[in-house]
Ligand binder design. Sequence first.
Ligand code: BES
Ligand code: MN
Ligand code: MN
Length: 453
Amino acid sequence: MKNYIDKNRTRFIDELLAFLRIPSISARSEHKTDVQTAAEFVKTKLLEAGADKVEICPTAGHPIVYGEKIINPALPTVLVYGHYDVQPVEPLDLWHSPPFEPVIKDEKIYARGACDDKGQVYMHIKALEVMMQNNALACNVKFMIEGEEEVGSPNLAPFIKENKERLKADIILVSDTGIIANDTPSIDVGLRGLSYIEVEVTGADHDLHSGVYGGAVGNPINVLCEMIASMKDENKHITIPHFYDDVVIFSEEERAELNKAPFSLEDYKAYLDIQDVEGEAGYTTLERTGIRPTLDVNGIWGGYTGEGSKTVLPSKAYAKISMRLVPNQNHEKITALFQAHFERIAPKSVRVIVKPHHGGNPALTPTDSVGYKAASQAMEDTFGKKPIPTRGGGSIPIVALFEQELGLKTILMGFGLDSDAIHSPNEHYGLFNYFKGIETIPLFFKHFAAMKK
Ligand code: BES
Ligand code: MN
Ligand code: MN
């Protein structure tokens, strides 16, 4: 199989570059046809790789691409999930090359979606081709590649509920996370959940002269800032009542184990160009992103932001706020707690509206499961080192839903790096990582089939 991959190396790269040229930004309605084009690309490539029953399934939003290769109903089935949609590209001026004109520099592919998640989805499509061409497909495989992950997968839940029979499998395999470093493989065994909220704060019903009224009328931007600031105490502990009620507390042993993962705070700060880190008192950086919840403002706006100055008391202020959640927090409960708290702390000088966006629950994968062991062995085969189980700080809300609706655990066998700049300007994906994925996935199938017996 290694031979086949080497022989087809250039084509495997060129095809991914073609995929990356499609600007499939799910959040933007002006890109709706591009998202559709990306779905068609996935369909075509799945068919070419040898999948059957490939279908673009329409949803109320962007479509889901389904395909399968059932070689023997007696064999175990792996359901591969990934997403072909990408994040918006702003700020554009910070990109060194246009986001949808991929370039290869220093052995890395630069483009939006290179790592998250087109590059990683495409590894699976090429792995299928490799297995088919070498008569080496060891399990049945199903593919479910969606186009709305980056907007919270609003239409995936109904799809799963309506397609339980079609999605029947033994394990879900996802490559949409990362490893510690190219010489330090790891597998995420936990993902944080997410609760995402937008708030609107209104003062007077129209903008006012900031001299005539300033100091006497509530300024919604000032008020919003004060409200946000009050939601963390001096220890960066979140002050929303009952916020921590369901948080699973790690034992000292578990914390020690988590902190064994290789991590250099000095390198971390240097990479981010910061003098110091910041976070909840009493926890390390790995703990802060892995096992502790957060509250962050993702965007805040209002008032005058144009050229020069305008003396004005704005009528409105807005913010988009996210909370990352850990086991066993529930996103609906946390959203409700936030809403009640935000409305309660609002002074009478303003009116507030809380608009919940999407959310998802945290997820865990046990390391003693067959799926984890198969992934661990496959990575050990190709990296020459046993992967370290890690806790990822990001969210893939659908993972908890898979467990709830299909009763299936998910293996997060991702190949990205934290430094790949996903969601940021100059997102990239290493050719090393791309080919490592293509090489490792067939071994997962092989070990999973053998261990499942
Ligand atoms: N692939 C990421 C999630 C991720 C990245 C997990 C790195 C672990 C390590 C995924 O595409 C993503 O960005 N998810 C969103 C959530 C979604 C609801 C917008 C996130 O985590 O912000
Ligand atoms: Mn992703
Ligand atoms: Mn993403």
